[in-house]
Design a protein. Structure first.
Length: 345
């Protein structure tokens, strides 16, 4: 396999209710990777329309995710922040990948099964083909590293399968076009730390999610201090004090989740948190968690509010990022066309 320049790509859907899971599972990783890598972070609006969206709300949500990226510390000048629909090569490469991916591969995707639910016949074709678009997002930049939460692992595996099959199917053409023995890298998922799967505050066996009807199930990045405090205090727990060892968390999903959140927010391990709070009652631990959450998330929410109030600035960030992303995507898409044997201007 040819060697590729390391490049980070990831995306977040603009579907509202950006929450602590998105922040700890993904966005904090995006921020950290800026120090070591070139990074491209995308507001994936084409993915959002795989389920119905209200156009005015979608516009607002695209700006809100952009504001969250900036408020959390992503630098739109040294890296790239943009929205997917402004770079048409994502959709173009997705079509090519629709012809690379096999039905059998897509049939295995658990997220489609969950999202389509019982009424599968009525799900959009886009929802089904979604993982091919996700592979295109990453591979149109030939990105090598993809920070995501645990729930995206299966999609990343599919992206690797697609890259591998494309490289195999067109190996002769790839070589004769001067790309050595592989055009696409096999992108590596980066899924690390104590909060790769943040769970609902109401049910420790369910993922924290944007679409949970109960707002008490999640902490939104735009929640104020009072809302954060209320949600943490009401979070489901059990009657036992916290254990001193991680093993003691295993049969206790709600305790495990809150300890994981605390660990991730303070950038330590769960073992460190238990060394401090082992034996403590939840009332004590929750007070500390409220203080920590408000200290970490309060300034982010305030900055998001400030940014969202200036849509012209947000839109200019997206325009600039899309311009720069577009240059990279076009170059790779042209190469894909040459490899496929298309005639182009
Ligand atoms: P999305 O918008 O659902 O979520 C954005 C990121 O947040 C992570 N995440 C979580 N992490 C921990 N705990 C949770 N409860 C939790 N909920 C969400 C997700 O894993 C994700 O990293 N398909 C993607 C968006 C996408 C993408 C891409 C990602 C489109 N193209 C290319 C990477 C590369 C999605 O729907 O993420």
């Amino acid at each position: 396999m040819a060697s590729f320049k390391e490049l980070v790509f990831s995306g977040v859907q603009p579907t509202g209710n950006l929450h602590l899971g998105n922040y700890l599972g993904a966005i904090t990783k995006f921020v950290a990777l800026q120090n070591s890598h070139d990074c491209i972070y995308c507001v994936v609006d084409l993915h959002a329309i795989t389920v119905p969206q209200d156009p005015a709300a979608l516009t607002a949500n695209i700006r809100e995710v952009t504001a969250a990226f900036i408020a959390c510390g992503i630098d739109p000048k040294n890296h790239i922040i943009f929205n997917q629909s402004q770079v048409p090569e994502h959709a173009e490469l997705a079509w090519v990948f629709n012809c690379t991916a096999r039905l059998g591969w897509l049939n295995r995707m658990t997220q489609f099964k969950e999202k389509a639910g019982k009424d599968r016949e009525n799900a959009s074709v886009g929802l089904y083909a979604y993982p091919a678009l996700m592979a295109a997002d990453i591979l149109v930049y030939r990105a090598t590293h993809v920070p995501v939460g645990e729930d995206q692992k299966q999609h990343l595996e599919l992206a690797r399968d697609i890259a591998q099959k494309f490289n195999n199917d067109f190996s002769t053409s790839i070589e004769s076009n001067g790309f050595g023995d592989g055009f696409f890298p096999l992108p590596e998922p980066l899924i690390q730390g104590p909060a790769t799967r943040v769970m609902s505050l109401r049910d420790g066996t369910k993922k924290m999610s944007k679409s949970d009807p109960s707002d008490y199930s999640r902490i939104n990045l735009t929640d104020d201090a009072d809302a954060i405090a209320q949600k943490v205090r009401k979070a489901k727990t059990d009657p036992e004090p916290l254990p001193s060892e991680e093993k003691g968390l295993e049969p206790r999903p709600e305790a495990d989740n809150l300890v994981g959140i605390y660990a991730a927010l303070s950038d330590v391990s769960k073992a460190d948190v238990l060394a401090e709070f082992g034996g403590a009652q939840f009332s004590t631990f929750k007070s500390a968690l409220v203080d920590l959450s408000v200290a970490k998330l309060g300034p982010i929410g305030a900055e998001m509010k400030r940014l969202v109030a200036d849509p012209a600035y947000i839109d200019s960030v997206l325009a600039d990022g899309s311009e720069r992303a577009g240059v990279l995507a076009r170059k790779n898409m042209n190469a894909v066309k040459d490899i496929l044997g298309f005639i182009r201007r």
